[in-house]
Write a protein that binds this ligand. Structure first.
Ligand SMILES: [Mn+2]
Length: 322
């Protein structure tokens, strides 16, 4: 059942039916992906250092995404005068979730990477629903062959935390490590880390290392002073962009449902305008949205924010694609 329709004479309101992402078709056979966008759940949260629960993020985001599945022929934005996600004009599928093996980070991460590779092999944009931020590690790992063929990627991270810890007590694949692991990849040409604030697991040397390894680090207040246009100018134009969105980059007043909330975060339009600009500035080749933890999301507003951001981002990526 597609998101667009009255097929079969059904009204198919958002609260009716099976909660795939945007009520788009579920594709169980990962060797038969025929789509522009493939959504993959990564319900893994063993990488957390504070409150766990992001393993239920994919389900919460899928459920919330049904709110944006009204079958009115696409998503008309009157300000932009654009119909995003036009009926018949974009193919989005939901692959379900990567298999997670409790206590086994390496196997679980390998299973996530496998799913992302299947998306890339099929020519579909991977959109991964976390899970904690460690799931970005297998997502970036999965781009190795793709980058050998098509060139490097620049990573844009929206997050309260730098996530640039190298190793502590032997831990290298937790949710405080992913941007360090990304920066180590030869095919990651650089990182822009936006929204960074407050204390986190990354100590001062992590910030020094990040800058030495090619990161541009911006706090919420610095990003606001630059404005969207100034921010975009600092990101390479015309290149391949990978976007990793930690929901805690947003302010906890609008995104309380996360493991490590940090006050002083972004509001919706600050991020949407940046994402819209990125979709125009470069070629977005991969997306993950992480750290939605529904147990702390008593009104469901965090999951709705995540779904709304993703729906609007996907619509803009497809619309601005050359
Ligand atoms: Mn993070």
């Amino acid at each position: 059942m597609s998101s667009h329709g009255y097929e079969g004479g059904r009204l198919n309101l958002p609260f009716v039916g099976i909660a795939t992402f945007g009520k788009n078709p579920y594709v169980a056979d990962w060797d038969a992906i025929d789509a522009d966008v493939a959504v993959l759940g990564a319900p893994f949260d063993f990488g957390t250092q504070f409150r766990a629960g992001a393993r239920f993020g994919p389900r919460a985001i899928r459920e919330a995404s049904t709110l944006f599945s009204f079958g009115h022929g696409g998503a008309y934005d009157f300000e932009d005068d654009i119909v995003y996600l036009p009926a018949g004009g974009c193919r989005i599928v939901d692959l379900g979730d990567a298999d997670i093996v409790h206590t086994d980070t390496r196997t679980s991460h390998a299973n996530i990477a496998h799913g992302v590779r299947k998306c890339l092999d099929a020519g579909a944009l991977p959109v991964v629903l976390g899970g904690d931020h460690s799931v970005n590690i297998p997502c970036i790992a999965a781009f190795e062959e793709d980058c050998a063929r098509n060139g490097p990627i620049h990573v844009v991270q929206i997050d309260a935390h730098l996530d640039f810890v190298d190793e502590r007590h032997g831990v290298r694949y937790g949710h405080g490590n992913p941007m360090r692991r990304a920066a180590e990849r030869g095919y990651v040409s650089g990182l822009t880390q936006i929204g960074i604030r407050n204390v986190s697991s990354t100590a001062k040397e992590g910030y020094d290392d990040a800058r030495a390894m090619g990161s541009d680090i911006l706090s919420v207040r610095q990003a606001r002073r630059l404005g969207t246009a100034g921010l975009l100018e600092r990101i390479p134009a015309g290149g391949r962009l990978y976007l990793t969105i930690d929901i805690d980059g947003f302010d906890p007043s609008i995104a309380p449902g996360t493991g490590t909330p940090s006050h002083g975060g972004f509001l919706y339009y600050e991020v949407l305008e940046l994402l819209d600009g990125l979709a125009r500035r470069g070629s977005v080749v991969g997306v993950d949205l992480v750290e939605v933890a529904p147990d702390y999301d008593h009104s469901g507003t965090t999951a709705i924010l995540a779904a709304q951001v993703l729906m609007n981002l996907i619509g803009r990526i497809l619309h601005h694609r050359p």
